[in-house]
Design a binder for this molecule. Structure first.
Ligand code: CP
Length: 316
């Protein structure tokens, strides 16, 4: 059974195909002939343990646009919340559904569902990785840096430099580290002391035989120098709300603001996976500037996830 639980679950050839499919689906949205809908007569479960706007709606719409039926499952409303095991839940859901999209806290829960279930599993965010977001982000950059030429998407990423600022120990930082190695992009991470990326992500690169392309600094200006794109995420992710006041204090120097943007390349983009907390990790001025491409990013979640769904459905 093929899954999409981490960025490296697809080969380079498959990623190339996924990006090209996303571009084609984006160009011909809703015009796909019914006979070629890859999820026709399929039902896909969307199992969410955490809140979501973009991921939830883009997967619901994406499954529908591919001819399938999305089944929204709030983890709190399942017997899981009353102690039914993950294994039994995965086995039972596999008898009804053709695939599962899961957003959860512990990454091991995704692996457990994949182990006990018999349908493909897609990671819709765990505390460790957010691979759908990263594919959409690199796709968004590739669209721009290739001038919209899908045959040049992957090569247009090679040798670029991106900088991630703030909570450099979060799932988005981990996913950028994996994505950077996959796409041959330098990833400069700048965060407070103690927020160095976890050992687990270094081990993941080794397991996937990928050459690391990332570095860590506590100096935000050093990280963004000559960068082609600046990226940030919320400073207080879901599950760490108890650390809020300490995190806001520690991460303040890593706010993406106009002086930091001016230190990057003149045509550098600003990205954020959203939701944004204006005045914390980013200023309104940066969000309102022409370099900000956050809504293209958000839109591309739909197109890239449709391509991932189609890829998994063809390979399973
Ligand atoms: N970026 C992202 O995953 O957004 P949601 O939390 O709204 O799904």
């Amino acid at each position: 059974m093929r899954h999409f639980i981490k960025e490296t679950d697809f080969t380079h050839a498959e990623i190339k195909h996924v990006f090209a499919s996303a571009a084609a689906m984006k160009a011909a949205r809703s015009a796909t002939p019914p006979s070629t809908l890859p999820l026709a007569r399929q039902s896909w479960g969307l199992l969410f343990f955490k809140k979501s706007t973009r991921t939830r709606v883009s997967f619901q719409v994406g499954v529908s646009e591919l001819g399938g039926h999305p089944v929204m499952l709030n983890a709190e409303e399942l017997q899981l919340a009353r102690g039914e095991t993950v294994g039994d839940t995965a086995r039972v859901l596999s008898r009804y559904l053709h695939g599962l999209v899961v957003r959860c806290y512990e990454h091991s829960l995704l692996e457990e569902i994949a182990q006990f279930g018999t349908v493909p599993v897609i990671n819709a965010l765990s505390d460790y990785l957010h691979p759908c977001q990263i594919y959409a982000d690199f796709f968004t950059l590739a669209e721009r840096w290739s001038n919209g030429d899908p045959t040049r998407f992957l090569e247009s990423l090679k040798g670029r430099k991106i900088a991630f600022l703030g909570d450099t120990a979060c799932n988005m930082a981990n996913s950028l580290i994996l994505g950077g190695a996959l796409f041959d992009v330098e990833v400069a991470l700048a965060g407070p002391p103690g927020y160095e990326p976890h050992k687990a992500i270094r081990a993941q690169l080794l397991r996937d035989r990928l050459t690391p392309t990332w570095n860590f600094t506590t100096d935000p200006f050093e990280a963004v120098r000559d960068a082609d794109m600046l990226y940030t995420d919320v400073w207080v992710s879901m599950g760490v709300e108890a650390e809020k006041s300490e995190r806001l204090r520690q991460m303040r120097p890593y706010q993406v603001n106009a002086p930091l943007m001016r230190t990057a390349k003149p045509d550098a983009y600003f990205m954020h996976c959203l939701p944004a907390h204006v005045g914390e990790e980013v200023t309104q001025e940066v969000l309102d500037s022409p370099s900000c491409i956050i809504f293209d990013q958000a839109e591309n979640r739909l197109h890239i996830q449709k391509a991932i769904l189609a890829q998994l459905s063809a390979r399973n």
